[in-house]
Design a protein around this ligand. Sequence first.
Ligand code: GLV
Ligand code: MN
Ligand code: MN
Ligand code: MN
Length: 413
Amino acid sequence: MPFDVVEATQRVEEQIGQLSRLRSEERPGWTRQVFGEPYRESREWVAATMRDAGLEVHRDAAGNLVGRLAGTNSSAPALMTGSHTDTVEGGGRFDGVVGVLGAIEATRSIRESGTPLSRDLLVVDFLGEESNEYGLSCLGSRTMAGELTAADLNRRNAAGRSLGSAYEAFGLDPSALLDPARTAPGPLHGYVELHIEQGPTLEKEGTQIGVVTSICGIERFVAHFAGREDHAGTRPVADRHDAMVAAAQAVLTVRSEGCGAPGVATTTHVRNRSSSPNVVPSAVDVSGELRSIDRSWLTGAKRRLGEQVLSASRGYGVDVDFDWTSDNEIVQAHPRAYDLVAATAAELGYSWRPVPSGATHDAVHLASLAPMAMIFVPSRDGRSHCPEEWTDAPDIGRGVHVLAETLRALDTA
Ligand code: GLV
Ligand code: MN
Ligand code: MN
Ligand code: MN
């Protein structure tokens, strides 16, 4: 039976609607954050949906949901596809979800085609892809790739709770997370992830499929501004060491570093450690991130930001100290896997173009385990990480079609 685009599109569209209802009602948008109750519920729904498509399902030691469709030669390195079903706070219905439900649908179509793959096909709903209150993205795929560290498990949220204890409360054994013997997926022949573009390029050009060339690296900072507390009513403004003013200047410096650059720079939080309304701020923390697919820009921007913010802060009599952490390095799609996706899209008669990814993905971590490729479908108005996030169902159907045929081609490549 050939791939039925209309039927696949309808089923995935309906399932996106069903999954979107499992959300945190008291939060804005379509919120289903990692470790939360709606997320726990939604993953039972995902497991049942995988079973309904004919997959054998288990939860691995890293907390990933894995569905398996056996091939005719299960001893050969397997194929893997998937994405995530957690969202950012106030997020949308498509980010990650299209890649998981699309993968389940692609697998169903392969099973029903009557022509099985030779390799096992693993469909994964990776645990917690979105960066969370512990400041770490891609928990499940990172762990699968053996990249989670003991220091990561010690990261604390604002309430002082560790990431390790969040795992425990979710029913996972934190000691297993650092043991590759328990978290590695076994040999893989290739990994392909379907995702919404989350940017405007495909829609603007009227292109149906994006083939990802590379995924941005992310450098995150927390800058600690230390000034001097003083009476906000009596200390003359020109004679202050006001940490808030230095922090505000830093926000503008971050913006100008990102303007017109081969990357982006964003300040995400400014926090005064004191809540007093009548004290000159003396301790302010500013967090943000830099992203680019250009390593030399990332390195230069980090240095320039440090220098410029330090010099401006000194002008206000304020000290500043930067802590940098890298969320992930820049990753390139595997040339052969990229070519297979592009050739498949062309053969199916869909328009396609190469696109870089400014969002990060589970694919970043899978790239260390297998040849990796990603398929993008258009996002309306390029909106994402917001309730308005939208992709038309026929666009999703084309993405699922390319995914199914790419997996088939990869099976014998
Ligand atoms: C997740 O979507 C990210 O790109 O941060
Ligand atoms: Mn995503
Ligand atoms: Mn996201
Ligand atoms: Mn993402």
